[in-house]
Design a binder for this molecule. Structure first.
Ligand SMILES: [Fe+2]
Length: 346
């Protein structure tokens, strides 16, 4: 059998196994009287003032301090240093997953903000949650060394049924129309099954990850594909946020991030949590290995645990600043180990 045939067979087997999976959760239509009504209607919602503006500023400062720790010549006051050579290797203009960034103390502190955990407890109606080991985003505005085009995508494989993952980000800096950030196609989650009832090919965007990385829950749309959703009442919306706000979106929702063009640096921590009961023993074991090795994961907390173990590459070589543990390790508490999926709930 050729390599190509093996790949096709593996893809077919994956689709079959996902399609055979049951809906993980079912929400009866009802009125909650809070942000959940908007979330279930639109597939996304902004929740205001989840942390205080002072606390948000603390996280902005921690993120900038983290950039300085790499000692690559980055200077917050000198825009000439806002280029790739002075920054740790990142993705899409500011997403950091390597260098054990998902396990920095500041990342775990943000995940463990009580009001953040409460959002996911309310959403999933359980206190027994596990968290993804997601990255952070520090996007410097007006970067001259970057080219960019929109990359609308969703983060759920078309074969998965219903709402299986919900993504979130905690926003730390003022984020207005010119400050880049999240763009969501409101209403697209509900049309997911209908859209994918026909054969659809993921768009080969110029920045698409190479197929060997096997992002099993990534589907890229061409901008013309968005018309199909707009004709059915969906609307592409740039999400504006104040420091301390949180945005939550169903992983079936089409989305992408814009680069900032104003004066403001964008500061964000990506955070996702799902019920521990969604995870298999194998997934929990893999998650434990990621945690013990300070590796990041995809947005998915309970499955698709694809350790982000690729080394950051700079000019064709492993970045000399490559590191395998955080600069500042989190305080390992019982609660943290539960959220990491390492310890079971009593
Ligand atoms: Fe995404």
């Amino acid at each position: 059998m050729s390599l190509k045939e093996t790949e096709i067979q593996a893809k077919a087997a994956l689709q079959k196994s996902l399609r055979e999976s049951e809906d993980l959760v079912h929400f009866e239509p009802r009125v909650y009287g809070d942000w959940r009504d908007e979330f279930h209607e639109n597939g996304c919602v902004v929740i205001k003032n989840v942390i205080s503006p002072e606390k948000a500023k603390y996280y902005c400062n921690k993120q900038i301090e983290w950039l300085y720790k790499f000692d690559l010549g980055f200077d917050q006051k000198d825009e000439r240093t806002w280029t790739a050579e002075h920054l740790p290797v990142n993705f899409k203009g500011g997403m950091y997953y390597a260098y054990a960034a998902p396990h920095e103390k500041m990342a775990w502190e943000a995940r463990m903000e009580p009001a953040v955990i409460e959002i996911f407890e309310k959403l999933w109606e359980t206190k027994e949650l596990i968290s993804s080991f997601d990255g952070l985003n520090i996007s410097l505005p007006r970067r001259k060394d970057l080219t960019w085009t929109p990359w609308p995508h969703c983060d759920q494989n078309q074969a998965r049924k219903g709402m299986q993952a919900v993504q979130g980000l905690l926003n730390f800096a003022p984020n207005g129309p010119k400050d880049g950030g999240l763009v969501l196609m409101k209403g697209s989650a509900k049309l997911f099954d209908e859209y994918f009832s026909q054969d659809r090919e993921s768009y080969l965007h110029e920045d698409a990850p190479p197929p060997e990385l096997k992002y099993q829950d990534l589907f890229l749309f061409h901008k013309d594909d968005l018309k199909w959703f707009e004709e059915r009442g969906c609307e592409l919306v740039k999400i504006n946020m104040d420091p301390g706000d949180f945005v939550l979106w169903d992983s079936r929702t089409i989305h992408y991030a814009e680069l900032p063009q104003g004066d403001q640096i964008r500061h964000v921590q990506y955070i996702c949590m799902t019920p521990r009961r969604f995870a298999t023993e194998e997934a929990l074991e893999l998650k434990k290995q990621c945690f013990e090795n300070w590796l990041g994961t995809t947005h998915w907390p309970h499955c698709n645990i694809r350790p982000s173990a690729e080394k950051p590459m700079r000019n064709g070589k492993v970045c000399p600043k490559y590191r395998t543990e955080p600069f500042e390790k989190p305080e390992i508490t019982d609660r943290l180990l539960q959220l990491a999926g390492v310890d079971a709930y009593a």
